[in-house]
Design a protein around this ligand. Sequence first.
Ligand SMILES: [Zn+2]
Length: 419
Amino acid sequence: MSALLLKNARIDDYAELQDLLLEDGKIAVVAPAGTLPADRASESLDCENRAVLPGFVETHLHLDKALLDERMPNLAGTLEGAIKVTGALKSKFEMDDVLTRSRKVLDMAIAQGTTVIRTQPDVDPIVHTLGADAMLALRDEYRGRVDLQVVAFPQEGIIKAPGEVELLEECLRNGADVVGGCTYNEVDVDTCKEHIQQVFDLAEKYSVPVDMHCDFQVDDSDPRYALVEYIAGVTIERGMQGRVTLGHMTSLGALAGQHRVEVWDRIKQAEINIVVLPFTDMHLNGRNDDHNVRRGLAPVKLMWDVDISVGISSNNVRNAFTPFGNADLMDVALFLAQVGHMGSPDDFRRLMRTITYANAKIVGVGTGYGTKVGDRADLVVLDAPDSPTGLLDRAVRTAVIKGGQVVARTEKTTQLFRR
Ligand SMILES: [Zn+2]
């Protein structure tokens, strides 16, 4: 088995430069720079004092719906508009088209330093299991370049979509890793609760984690968007603590006072992960406000203050839900810094720790993840001396390493001319 020597790396923002020997897919040795004999490796890569971090982890990415923006725009700009436009487009989905667009986004993500992706393909009476089947095929095709986890995601709801449970079960039997949910697409709070119970039934039956979309509003005045305490109760009753992730959760931004304290406590007791998707959350929310437009973003800094498990992810890339994005988690993190009142080097470092360590824990790959001896050799080299500078510079990802092998290299050259 070949071994790769990474030289002069500034690992996880430590001051001293170090060398890493990568062997058999793992980090075999970490030593002060210049102290490892070069003949221990068949290949070497000089990081030249650049920051080296563990590979980025994307917890939430709809590959099947990516890159549809030019086919039909979402003129209303709302969530309902996005679901309608995408519903019309996906009724014509074909396997080759889904695979081609997904591959483009996977390649973008890998080039930007991502080594693990959880993807949420729509599974519903419109596309049936086509999207999930495509993702399961891509999971095999991309093995060794990126680890793909597949969530069976009921975008069109469960109770209002006849046959949905059977479709989700088919995906889980075929190897989907996680069961999804989408409560906001049910018509009232009772059917939302029934939806949640059915998702947890499937999680128990197939021994998989839960990853739900369950909220998408600027406040919780509609009871369908005030279900986090209910979900926390179900999580605890069913012994699923630490295995439930809720995406968006934008109504949390409207909580205040004692009620907020109670909700934070409940989320923590149930060990629920909250994933913030700022590109989509801010693009689709607040559309009915004609002044003082609300942000529609879960309050990340407040949740950090009380030690809630928070992830940051892309959600969509250039479609009716989100007409932006390059599948670049650093781009998402920088955007969150800009809109989330985060401006200190500590904030920047925390954001970078979120798209790495926190996201890894959320998708269940936190053990053996990192830059220590024995960890998986999934690494990204930033063209920057440390992670906060890398974030601000939108640093080029000089090299991306998966399982000890280089899977992407990027170089950027600028020439300045005086005249
Ligand atoms: Zn989503």
